[in-house]
Design a protein around this ligand. Structure first.
Ligand code: GDP
Ligand code: IMO
Ligand code: MG
Length: 427
């Protein structure tokens, strides 16, 4: 029996998942998304072209890879149509090698409106949502009144759609937003017609058959562990389980079929949207990091908040996910800093020093305890680990020692080819 490897972000998203899934895809027969939706923005870069995927798995550019959008995903047909249209010129065989679960939840236009209205009503305490309708769609799923992709095949679909929008309109009446419904409705129904042309399947059967056949499968996480609905900095989180367990429920895979868990993290930290961020740099260093790392959201274009790496939160994510290998991204961005700081512990308001994430992450005043390491402070033009400046090797060794999981891949730039494998030496 084959195992399903899982690749997921250990921080607040945007760790570089898209790039690495694309790099690893040739080794896999199947790539599958298991949660989230168009709030994700996964960037791939090769042959001088940059692609940003939102709902389509990042294995799509590898001709022989089959791609699955699993039942745990929330799918917006309008965004889906735009994505497919933008891929048209690359002659990808999306009608053949893309499979969409009938059990995936449908994002309808009123979900986006509700997202916007709820955020507006929250005022200062807003989540900083991408406003793609994620929260309201998962709310309807859990509330057992949502629509699923498979419903679009029913001749009762329009009726069901109208029923749900009527419920939504009642809520929207009390919230202050304006919209052009006829336009949104036409756009949605057109996109639904388009979606009908694709392979809508019982993806849990498909994936378990692949497992039986011995196919290699990679589950592609979206967002990051610190945005997980259960384990993230609640309420400043997304509305799905972004952790390894989410791959089981979001694809219909039994836990015993999970193989490697690749935990991906930036050599520093970023966060987009509101919520606690203990190592955030609200100074020139933070500005410099944002500029050097081009830290602007792939989905919304918003500037990402930047800060030093945070060991307690990484350890927490490693624990929840059962990470077996670590991938460190964007090492090149730290090349500008003569000194690099690593947060090894938190100091709480009452003076307690801890490595544990406090329950009151949102209201607790956390002061990071830093260890300073010498930076390499020169451009990284490296082809193998043997070309690494000593200070970079020391940085990796230090992190590996702290995190107790081998770091087996280092990324030194956005392109596919700027990826360096590191043989397992420790643990
Ligand atoms: P994802 O959501 O985890 O797929 O990550 P995003 O695509 O949202 O954000 C990662 C950004 O960093 C993208 O713009 C990538 O092209 C870029 N990137 C990925 N790896 C590296 C790297 O090693 N160095 C640099 N400088 N950029 C990288
Ligand atoms: P990828 O897959 C970074 C953040 C939003 C907001 C919170 C809730 O590209 O790593 P939502 O739209 O889900 O209601 O927003 O989560 N967020 C992300 N941040 N990367 C993402 O995805 C994100 N998806 C959601 O900024 O703070
Ligand atoms: Mg992203």
């Amino acid at each position: 029996m084959a195992k399903v490897d899982v690749l997921l972000g250990l921080q607040w998203g945007d760790e570089g998942k898209g790039k690495i899934v694309d790099v690893l895809a040739p080794k896999y027969d199947v790539v599958a998304r298991f949660q989230g939706g168009p709030n994700a923005g996964h960037t791939l870069e090769f042959d001088g072209i940059k692609h940003v995927l939102h709902q389509i798995p990042s294995g799509i550019f590898r001709q022989s890879t089959r791609n699955i959008i699993g039942n745990g995903v929330v799918l917006d047909p309008v965004v889906f149509k735009k994505e497919i249209d933008s891929l048209q010129k690359y002659n990808l065989n999306t009608r053949e090698n893309l499979f969409i679960s009938k059990k995936a939840s449908l994002i309808i236009p009123t979900h986006r409106l509700l997202d916007q209205a709820y955020e507006q009503a929250k005022g200062e305490s807003k989540i900083g949502s991408t406003l793609k309708g994620i929260g309201p769609t998962y709310q309807d799923k859990i509330g057992r009144q949502g629509l699923r992709v498979g419903d679009i095949l029913s001749d009762k679909f329009t009726e069901r759609f109208k029923h749900l929008t009527t419920l939504h309109f009642k809520i929207l009446e009390n919230l202050n937003i304006t919209y052009n419904w006829p336009e949104l409705e036409v756009q949605f129904l057109e996109a639904v017609n388009f979606l009908r042309q694709f392979k809508l399947v019982e993806s849990e059967y498909l994936i378990n058959q692949e497992i039986k056949n011995g196919s290699s499968i990679l589950a592609e996480g979206a967002q990051g562990s610190l945005l997980d609905i259960d384990f993230g900095s609640y309420p400043f989180v997304t509305s799905s389980n972004t952790v390894t367990a989410g791959a089981c429920t979001g694809l219909g895979i039994a836990p015993r079929y999970i193989g490697e868990v690749f935990g991906i993290f930036k050599a520093y930290s970023t966060r987009v949207g509101s919520g606690p961020f203990p190592t955030e740099l609200l100074n020139e260093e933070g500005e410099l990091m944002r500029k050097q790392g081009n830290e602007f959201g792939s989905t919304t274009g918003r500037p990402r908040r930047c800060g030093w790496i945070d060991i307690p939160s990484l350890k927490y994510s490693i624990m929840i996910n059962g990470v077996t290998q670590l991938f460190m991204m964007k090492a090149d961005v730290l090349s500008i800093f003569p000194t690099i700081k690593v947060c090894t512990q938190y100091k709480l308001a009452d003076g307690t020093i801890t490595e544990a994430l406090p329950y009151e992450l949102v209201n607790e005043k956390i002061t990071p305890v830093y260890k300073e390491l010498k930076g390499w402070n020169r451009t990284l033009s490296v082809k193998s680990i043997h070309d690494f400046p000593d200070e970079l090797t020391q940085y990796i060794d230090f992190l590996e020692d702290q995190l107790e999981v081998p770091i087996t891949l280092i990324s030194t730039g956005p392109d596919r080819i700027q990826t360096i494998y590191r043989p397992v030496s420790v643990v």
